[in-house]
Design a protein around this ligand. Structure first.
Ligand code: ARG
Length: 410
């Protein structure tokens, strides 16, 4: 029988989907569960897939590739969507799409399937990526196609003896990987309601943070973190360590209204301790090693990069172009940043680099000052020349605040 490869998380939607696809499409279902650092019992998930009726249940550990090809480039780019969201879910989607296609090829499947709803960003990211990589593969999105409520799904599961787990009973919709965790739905749909404590799993409340601040020195090489406190640490462990440590200080909680690609605003709660710390540290090192013009232009690129990742355009020429630019900017972004972790806050308190553009003799107000103070006079004259010229010719009558401030102050 022809087959379909289903991206399987083990949750309610995709568990029901195994049976539903078989019923409605008459295809054998091969499940693919991908580990991007979501902290789940993978063998148990695979066993459940087979129990529900998958002819094969594959598990792939993609954590190293996720970090190397998706997370680090996004960190180097400074990619944060709408200045709030470090893009954890959005970054994992093109990787999952790529693996779905690879497995479909290896298994000779005619289709791939995912459990996205019809009103989120993830369906767009999956479908666009899959269509780009493999236009001949059919895409089945059961949750988008069936019109079952959550209760319908639970009833369907009961009818078909599909086991429901504790996570399926959670009032929230959660997606997580090593770069961050996102929580939606339930009470969070009221943007006025403060997220209740049970929303958070990676971070403790800032009020419960350790009394003593923690200091961490992060070493970067070409914009990639390679060591903590002077000790080389492998990428995965570096992120895990920071997630745990910064999480214990309540760092990386983000409560945001976000503009979805599909046109709606949604309320998102994120936990992203490691990415919050690493973005702050990386930015601090860049401010020391990039020129003013590089910094200004890179901010524009960062926003565009974040937007394209969010909008599912990973496999695009624009992405390749921007990624090449970003790599070039990272040539001298090497050095060490010291951050201080206190309740809910990560503060950069020190930075050093062999390639630093900071010059003490130019910056100092103490002895040893090499800055040419006289040159400032001529500079100011020419810098302001267009303004003084235009003010005389056009603007003087309209530049002021209405009336006379001295008079009004009386
Ligand atoms: N709003 C975020 C994004 O669009 C998170 C989505 C989480 N996905 C999910 N299926 N719960 O990337």
């Amino acid at each position: 029988m022809a087959s379909v490869v289903l991206a399987y998380s083990g949750g309610l939607d995709t568990s029901v989907a195994i049976r539903w696809i078989k019923e409605h499409y008459d295809l054998d279902v091969i499940t693919l569960t991908i580990d991007v650092g979501n902290d789940r019992d993978l063998p148990a998930i695979a066993a459940r897939a087979e129990q529900i009726g998958a002819i094969k249940a594959l598990v792939v550990d993609a954590r190293a590739d996720f970090v190397r090809y998706f997370v680090w480039p996004a960190l180097q780019a400074g990619a944060i969507y709408e200045n709030q969201y470090p893009l954890a879910t959005a970054l994992a989607r093109p990787l999952i799409a790529r693996l779905l296609v690879e497995v479909a090829r290896a298994e000779g499947a005619v289709a791939v399937a995912h459990g996205c709803t019809g009103k989120g960003n993830d369906q767009v990211r999956f479908d666009v990526s899959i269509n780009t990589l493999a236009p001949d593969l059919k895409i089945i999105a059961p949750v988008r196609e069936w019109s079952m409520t959550r209760d319908n799904e639970i009833a369907y599961a009961a009818e078909h003896t599909i086991p429901i787990t504790a996570t399926n009973a959670s009032p929230y919709s959660v997606d997580q990987n090593l770069w961050g965790r996102s929580v939606e739905t339930g009470i969070l749909e009221d943007p006025w309601e403060e997220p209740p404590a049970d929303v958070y799993e990676w971070t403790s409340g800032p009020e419960n943070a350790p009394r003593e601040a923690a200091y961490v020195e992060i070493t970067f090489q070409h914009g990639i973190p390679v060591a903590l406190n002077g000790e080389e640490v492998e990428s995965l462990r570096l992120i895990e360590t920071l997630n745990t440590l910064a999480g214990s200080y309540g760092i990386g909680r983000i409560d945001a209204i976000e503009n979805r690609l599909v046109g709606i605003k949604s309320r998102e709660v994120y936990e992203a301790p490691a990415s919050t710390v690493l973005h702050a540290a990386h930015r601090a090192l860049e401010s020391m090693t990039l020129s003013r013009d590089q910094t200004r232009f890179k901010e524009i690129v960062a926003a565009e990069y974040a937007r394209l990742v969010y909008n599912g355009q990973w496999y695009s020429a624009l992405h390749q172009d921007l990624a090449t630019y970003v790599q070039s900017t990272q040539r001298f972004v090497s050095g060490v940043v010291r951050v201080k972790l206190t309740n809910g806050q990560c503060t950069v308190v020190g930075r050093k680099s062999e390639h630093s553009l900071y010059s003490h003799s130019l910056a100092t107000y103490d002895t040893g000052d090499q800055f040419d103070h006289n040159a400032a006079l001529g500079f100011i004259k020419l810098w302001g020349l267009p303004l003084t010229t235009q003010a005389q010719a056009q603007l003087l009558p309209s530049l002021g605040i209405e009336g006379n401030l001295l008079e009004q102050a009386k």
